[in-house]
Ligand binder design. Structure first.
Ligand code: HH2
Length: 301
């Protein structure tokens, strides 16, 4: 089932067809003129959303194929939970969880795959096993070898804002102007990425919703996305089933946050997000398509 679902590669002339920004990956060009839904697969026993945890390679391949069939333009694979309070795992354990799943997913789908890791040795093994993009929630600060590795490999990176570490990040986060501080941080990390050899068009920035932020900070960042977009890098936003959605809805559990997630995804698209990292691909593909059509004011419909 998984291998039969392998999708055709994006065509080499995709950039010309889109006439806009795109990510150049080893699995082809990923046009960003239409917002991209990024499906979440966690090869972890402890990710906060139970439905996204898949350690079995065959099941992961089937799940990835189903996400692509439902409209995911990229799939993000992680093997270390970054939820607040999560225990760190060793690079060896992260590779042991990730690589069999990544290889199976790589055989099953042709869309670009990102690997959610902060460790250069894990990123390197993942790139060898077929990953296309490195998604680092520490924006290259945890492991100083990570950005030079991506520069040398010529692969795109996602640079996310995170205050503290997953163990400490929710300890009374404070900002004077959260949008200005996160934007300035991401501008500095993008400059560090370019200094490490990563080309400007291979950089994606992410405000890090839920990482060292109160509900108010998350809401300010989502409504302030156009200020971050002014940096000129494509923005990835991860709001899916996150704690702030649950808190706004009176404490509903992660599996019951789909409609709240939809509202956040729609407004993130309206604010300029180009990549939306989500658990519920089919539903969020619809949300993104309609939100984008409205944001364009009917142009191109
Ligand atoms: N959020 C999570 C993990 N990785 N990467 C980026 N770039 N942006 C995000 O918002 C982001 C991320 C947390 O979500 P999840 O992977 O579902 O949970 P866990 O970290 O517990 O595995």
């Amino acid at each position: 089932m998984a291998s039969a679902a392998r999708q055709p590669s994006p065509r080499p002339d995709a950039r010309a067809a889109s006439g806009g920004a795109c990510l150049r990956t080893r699995s082809g060009l990923l046009p960003l003129d239409r917002a991209v839904v990024v499906g979440i697969l966690n090869a972890t026993p402890d990710s906060f959303s139970r439905g996204s945890r898949i350690l079995d390679p065959g099941r992961a391949a089937d799940a990835a194929a189903a996400m692509v069939a439902a409209g995911a333009g990229m799939v993000d694979l992680g093997a270390e939970s970054t939820r607040p309070g999560a225990a760190p795992v060793s690079a060896a354990e992260e590779r042991r969880r990730l690589l069999p799943v990544l290889r199976a997913v790589r055989r099953a789908v042709a869309v670009p795959l990102s690997v959610d890791t902060m460790k250069a040795s894990v990123a390197s093994a993942a790139l060898d096993a077929g990953a296309d993009v490195v998604n680092d929630v520490t924006a290259g600060r945890f492991d100083r070898r990570l950005l030079p590795l991506c520069g040398e490999a010529g692969v795109p990176v996602v640079l996310m804002h995170l205050r503290g570490t997953p163990r400490t990040l929710q300890r009374a986060p404070r900002y004077r102007d959260v949008v200005a501080e996160v934007t300035a941080f991401l501008a500095r990390r993008a400059a560090a990425a370019e200094a490490a050899g990563i080309t400007r068009d291979a950089i994606v920035v992410d405000p890090g919703i839920g990482f060292g932020k109160t509900v108010g900070h998350n809401l300010a960042l989502l409504s302030g996305l156009p200020r971050l977009a002014a940096l000129g890098y494509p923005i990835l936003v991860g709001v899916s089933r996150k704690g702030f959605v649950g808190q706004l809805l009176g404490g509903v559990p992660s599996e019951a946050r789909i409609h709240g997630t939809a509202a956040a995804v729609a407004l993130a698209v309206a604010g300029g997000a180009r990549l939306l990292r989500v658990h519920d691909v089919a539903v969020m593909r619809q949300v993104v398509t309609v939100a984008e059509a409205i944001a364009r004011g009917g142009a191109g419909a």
